[in-house]
Design a protein around this ligand. Structure first.
Ligand code: SAH
Length: 447
C-alpha cells in the first residue's frame, strides 16, 4: 500500500514540475510515506532525523511527513518536518509546497478521494491498484483503524477503467490492494442501510476488569468484492489478478465461489491467522476461531486446487503462554503454508492491546517463538516446492540479469523462479522446474 501511495504521490509532484532525485542526498523535497504497523518501521524514520535536520538547515531541503502516523508520534515529529499531511488530503500537497501545475492531467481529484490520483507506476509489468483503504475490524494489536481510518472504497467504474488502461498499455499483472479487501463496498451500487451498518459496527471497547465481549461475525459480508473480481476477470486480455489482504472473518462464500470462476485470478491466497489459539484470537478481537479458519482453508483448496496459502502471524501477544503458542505451531504444521510473515508482537500506542494488556512475553521468548515458526515454515514450504520438481509452470518474468543471462519472476502462486536464457522480461513463460529450495524455484525454459 505504501508503494502504491508513493506512486500516486510521485505523479502528483511530477505534474507540478518536480523530477525524481535518484539519490536521497540530491533531493530538494523529501516526502516520507511512513508505516506504523510495527515499531521497527518508525524507529527507522527516527534514525533518519539527524541527517534530514542537517540538510534542512544547511541546504534548505523541505521535508514532508505522510502515510500512517500515530497521534503520539505526530506530536513528537511535528518540529522535524516542514509539513505534515494526511494521505487522504495529499492532493493539497503541491499548493502547500507552493508548486504550480505544469501538466493539467492529474486525474480527477477531490479531497475525499486521494485514490483517484493518477499514479506513476514503478513497474511496466505489475501494477498496484488500491480498491479500498482503512479498516473497521479493530483487532486489538493493530493501528490501521487509527492511522488509515474507517473503511472507504473506490467506485468499481473507476477501478475498471484503471485496469483497462493498464491492460491496453501491456501490463500483465494487476494487484488489488486494501487493508481488508473483502470489505470492499462499491459506492456505485445501491446498498441498503443494513450492509453499510454491518460494516461500521465493529468497534470494540475493552473495559478494565470486565470480561471482553466477543462473538463470531454473523453479519453478512457484502458481495461487492466478488462482483468486482468478476468484472475485472471479464476484461479482455492475458493478465493475472492478485489481491491482498483478506481478513478470514470477512471471506464470503461468494468470494470462494469466484475463485474457480475467474481464471485470471492467480492461485494465491494470503489469509492472516495471527494466532492458532482461540483465547488469544478472542483477545486479539479476531472474529474467527482456529476451526473456522481451518475450514476456510479447506474450502479454498477445494474450490481451487493448487492454491498457495500464505499468512501473517504474531508471536508473543500479551499473555500468550507456551501452550497457547504451541497451538499456532500446530496450525502451521497442519496448513503447510507456502509463506508466512511472522512478527514479534509490538505494542502500538492507542490500540486496545497496548492500553489493556501487559506486554509480558520477553523479547528473548518472542525471538525464540518466531524462530520455531520460521523453521516450520521452511519445512512446509520446501515440502510443497519439492512436489513441483519436474513440472512445467507458467511464470511472469520481471527481471533479467545480463551478466548471468538469468531471468527471474513469479509463478501465479507467488513463488520466485530463476531460469537462464535470453531476455523474457514482461512475458508469461513456461518453465520446467528442476531445482527447489524453501524460498524459490529454478528451472529451464520449456520447449
Ligand atoms: N488486514 C490484515 C492485517 C494487515 S497488517 C489482517 O486483518 O489480518 C500486516 C501484519 O502486521 C498483520 O497481519 C500482523 O501480523 C502484523 N502486525 C500488525 N500489528 C502488529 C503489532 N502490533 N505487532 C506485531 N505485528 C503486528
Amino acid at each position: 500500500m505504501n508503494v502504491s501511495d508513493g506512486e500516486r504521490l510521485a505523479n502528483l509532484l511530477e505534474s507540478h514540475g518536480c523530477t525524481r532525485a535518484t539519490k536521497e542526498k540530491d533531493a530538494d523535497i523529501i516526502v516520507v510515506v511512513s508505516c506504523s504497523i510495527r515499531q521497527k518501521a518508525m524507529d527507522k524514520l527516527f534514525g533518519k532525523l539527524p541527517t534530514w535536520r542537517k540538510w534542512r538547515q544547511q541546504r534548505g531541503v523541505r521535508t514532508v511527513l505522510t502515510g500512517c502516523v500515530l497521534p503520539s508520534d505526530r506530536r513528537k515529529l511535528k518540529k522535524e518536518f516542514d509539513i505534515f499531511i494526511e494521505m487522504k488530503d495529499i492532493a493539497d500537497l503541491p499548493s502547500l509546497l507552493k508548486l504550480t501545475p505544469s501538466d493539467a492531467d492529474q486525474g480527477e481529484v477531490t479531497n475525499a478521494d486521494y485514490l483517484a490520483l493518477k499514479p506513476d507506476y514503478k513497474s511496466k509489468i505489475q501494477a498496484y491498484i488500491p480498491i479500498m483503504t482503512g479498516c473497521n475490524n479493530y483487532c486489538t494489536f493493530c493501528v490501521v483503524p487509527y492511522t488509515r481510518g474507517q473503511e472507504s472504497s473506490r467506485s468499481s467504474s473507476e477501478i475498471i477503467s484503471e485496469v483497462k488502461k493498464l491492460i491496453s498499455k501491456g501490463y500483465s499483472e494487476i494487484i488489488l490492494l486494501g487493508q481488508n479487501v473483502n470489505a470492499y463496498i462499491d459506492p456505485d451500487k445501491y446498498h441498503d442501510q443494513d450492509t453499510i451498518y454491518s460494516r461500521s459496527r465493529y468497534f470494540w471497547e475493552f473495559k478494565k476488569d470486565q470480561p471482553i465481549q466477543w462473538r463470531m461475525a454473523t453479519t453478512k459480508v457484502p458481495k461487492d468484492f466478488a462482483m468486482l473480481l468478476k468484472k475485472i476477470n471479464r476484461i479482455p486480455g492475458k493478465f493475472w489478478v492478485r489481491f491482498l489482504t483478506s481478513n478470514p472473518q470477512d471471506v464470503s462464500d461468494e468470494l470462494i465461489d469466484t475463485l474457480d470462476k475467474c481464471h485470471k485470478l492467480t492461485k494465491y491466497f494470503h489469509l492472516p491467522i495471527q494466532a492458532g489459539d482461540d483465547e488469544i484470537l478472542r483477545r486479539m478481537n479476531r472474529r474467527h476461531t482456529r476451526d473456522y479458519y481451518l475450514k476456510l482453508i479447506k474450502k479454498i483448496r477445494k474450490a481451487r486446487p493448487g492454491t498457495a496459502i500464505t499468512t501473517d502471524i504474531i508471536v508473543g501477544f500479551p499473555g500468550e503462554t507456551k501452550k497457547q503458542f504451541e497451538e499456532t505451531a500446530k496450525v502451521m504444521r497442519e496448513v503447510k503454508y507456502d509463506m508466512a510473515y511472522i512478527a514479534e508482537y509490538s505494542p502500538r500506542p492507542g490500540t486496545s492491546a497496548q492500553r489493556f494488556f501487559k506486554d509480558d512475553v520477553s523479547r528473548q521468548e518472542k525471538i525464540r517463538r518466531r524462530k520455531i515458526l520460521n523453521n516450520i515454515l521452511a519445512e512446509t514450504a520446501l515440502a510443497n516446492n519439492k512436489k513441483l520438481v519436474g513440472q512445467t509452470i507458467t511464470m511472469l518474468v520481471d527481471k533479467y540479469n545480463k551478466e548471468t543471462k538469468s531471468n527471474s519472476g513469479k509463478t501465479g502462486t507467488n513463488k520466485t523462479v530463476h531460469f537462464k536464457g535470453k531476455n523474457f522480461v514482461g512475458k508469461f513463460t513456461n518453465v520446467k522446474i528442476n531445482q527447489v529450495s524453501a524460498w524459490g524455484l529454478a528451472g529451464e525454459l520449456s520447449k
